[in-house]
Each structure stands twice: as C-alpha cells, then as structure tokens.
Design a protein around this ligand. Structure first.
Ligand SMILES: Nc1nc2c(ncn2[C@@H]2O[C@H](COP(=O)(O)OP(=O)(O)O)[C@@H](O)[C@H]2O)c(=O)[nH]1
Ligand SMILES: [Mg+2]
Length: 244
C-alpha cells in the first residue's frame, strides 16, 4: 500500500492584499502532487492571516478557497502565530509560509517541500539569492540586509543560509519545538536562528521572486525597512549568548 500523502497547510500573512491574493490563491494548486524525488503530498488547508486590512482581503481570500483568521494586533509574526493556533487542533505534517503579495511562485511549492518529504530536512528556506529574482523585485537594502544577516547567522550560529526569504516549509513538530514568539519583522530570522541553535536540519532551495502586486508594507517603506533592520539585528545579537 502506498503511504498516505504528506499533509501540507499553507499560511499567508496578508495586510491589504486584495489586488494580489486572488492570483496567489489561483496559482496555488490543491491537487495531490509528487515531489521531485517521488514522495506524494497535497495542500490541505490555506489560511490567510489578516490583521486589520482595510480593503477586501478577507473576501477575496475566502473566494479563493482560503480560510481567514483575524489577529487584532498588527504584525507579520502576530498574524503567523494566529494562523498556527488555528491549525493546532488538527495539525498538518508540514506548514508552508507564503507571502500574499504575488512575489513568490506558489507553483514552486513542490520543490520547496521535497526535502521534507524525502526526510532529509526539518526546515527548508526558499532562497531568492540563489534563485532568479526579477529586476526590481528586491530592493538594494533588502539584498544587502539579507546578505549581512546571513553572514551573522554563519559567524554566530554556524548556520549556512543565503536568504531570510518568506517562502519556506517546516515540519509541524519542528516548528512547535522552536516556540516561535516574534510578533513582527523578526519572524523569519527568529526561525532560522532557533533552528540552528536547536540543531534542526535545514536546507535551502532556490526560488524565483517577482515584483509584487499592490503596495509594499515592509521593504518598500522607510518605517518597514527601519523596523525590520532593527529587529533582525537585535534578534541576531540577543540569541548569540550561551543557550539558556
Ligand atoms: N497580517 C499581516 N500581514 C502583513 C503585515 N505586514 C506585512 N504583511 C504581509 O506580509 C507579506 C510581506 O509584506 P510586503 O509588504 O510584501 O513586504 P516586502 O516583501 O518586504 O515588501 C505580504 O503578504 C503582506 O501583506 C502585517 O502587519 N500583518
Ligand atoms: Mg513582498
């Protein structure tokens, strides 16, 4: 008998993404698929985590077949945590995080999940640095900031990464063990720091990246760039001491 397909749930933090979300959801296949390497998997649930969108984000998300959860407090991490709490009653094997702005390619999900399906990793980061990024999709500050943060991850935690990209896949059990807590911009780097400190097996796969649809909330704004830089540096420094 064939083993049952790997159950994959997708979490999409979204703030005012009515323009982008319909395309993201349309490109996200729910059909069972075979990962490169031969394991079977299927996207079961898609959860859009909204905190205070003023546009029709929630409506277009539901129309696109997603479940919507609301988090009263703003922040990328707060939204992710709310979505995970929603999934906890019936957890998947694997969670995929994906932005709601149409920058990531949902069609690349099978390649992202493949190392988990093969049992070769607990965390897979989609790297835009080793993949193809459309011109203008990443700001100069983002490229430089990500490269510096990855250098720090290597020096402080001996973890080899080339990106802090949002498109990533992790085993549910591994994610639970990380006890994620960051409620805003530090979400991605916190996951990578903790994965390194706790000895999770991680790999990167190259992913493509394109210009978003709609307006940027983080990297394209001064407030977002400053907030993200500050938070990422702070987390890199804070976790660097002896393990508690
Ligand atoms: N729920 C929620 N989603 C957010 C928040 N800030 C950004 N996002 C979402 O996070 C993703 C990345 O944000 P984006 O504006 O594209 O940032 P950028 O890629 O750095 O330009 C998008 O799907 C946003 O809608 C927030 O405070 N709450
Ligand atoms: Mg974006």
């Amino acid at each position: 008998m064939l083993p049952r397909p790997l159950v994959v749930d997708v979490v999409i933090p979204a703030l005012d993404e009515e323009r982008a979300l319909p395309s993201v959801l349309a490109e996200l296949s729910r059909a069972p698929f075979e990962t490169p390497g031969g394991a079977r998997a299927q996207v079961r649930r898609v959860v859009v985590a909204d905190n205070g969108s003023r546009d029709r984000t929630a409506e277009v998300a539901r129309a696109g077949g997603a479940e919507v959860v609301f988090e009263p407090q703003r922040g990328y991490g707060a939204a992710c945590l709310r979505a995970l709490a929603h999934l906890a009653a019936d957890p998947p094997d694997v969670v995929v995080f994906l932005d709601g702005d149409h920058s990531d390619y949902p069609s690349e999900l099978p390649a992202l999940v493949a190392p988990l399906a093969r049992g070769e990793a607990d965390l897979v980061i989609g790297s835009r640095a080793t993949g193809r990024a459309e011109r203008g999709a990443l700001t100069v500050q983002q490229r430089v900031g990500n490269a510096l943060a990855c250098r720090a991850l290597r020096l402080l935690y001996r973890a080899r990464y080339t990106d802090l990209g949002p498109f990533r896949a992790i085993r549910w059990a591994a994610l639970a063990a990380l006890e994620m807590s960051d409620r805003d911009y530090g979400w991605t780097v916190e996951m990578q720091i903790k994965a390194a400190r706790r000895g999770l097996r991680h790999v990167e796969v190259p992913v493509s990246y394109r210009r978003r649809l709609g307006d940027s909330k983080i990297s394209g704004t001064i407030r977002g760039t400053a907030g993200a830089s500050r938070k990422i540096l702070w987390l890199l420094a804070r976790h660097a001491g002896p393990r508690p």
